[in-house]
Design a protein around this ligand. Structure first.
Ligand code: CU
Length: 119
């Protein structure tokens, strides 16, 4: 009984470790239709279109910290620091065009100044 419990806990820990290592530390990231990766200090894809309501998840595939921050005047506001390997999810309930950036690397015109278009 004790052994079974130990094995169970070890399996959960192994899964958690495996999940963490699939993102971050420069290991890269492949986005699904509702995900945006942060790789090589680039939002990928830079312009993502989804159908509302949609929860968009940003995944930091880099080994450095980024932020996912709504632009000033955006109809939806969020400002999340995402460490290497971390994720952030935000639900867009209304159609619109939402520009956002990384406060560390995302000056206008850079590859860390992206757009979420919600149809
Ligand atoms: Cu950044």
């Amino acid at each position: 009984m004790r052994l079974a419990m130990f094995v169970g806990i070890a399996a959960v820990l192994a899964l958690a470790t495996c999940k963490d290592s699939s993102y971050g530390t420069g290991g890269g990231c492949t986005p699904t239709a509702t995900q945006v990766c942060m790789v090589s200090s680039t939002f990928s894809p830079l312009n993502r279109t989804v159908t509302h309501p949609a929860t968009v998840q940003w995944i930091n595939g880099d080994g450095i910290t980024h932020t996912v921050t709504s632009d000033p005047g955006s109809a939806e506001t969020y400002d999340q620091t995402v460490v290497g390997g971390g994720t952030f999810s935000f639900t867009f309930n209304n159609a619109g065009t939402y520009t956002y950036h990384c406060t560390i690397h995302g000056a206008p015109g850079t590859r860390m100044h992206g757009t979420i278009t919600v149809n």
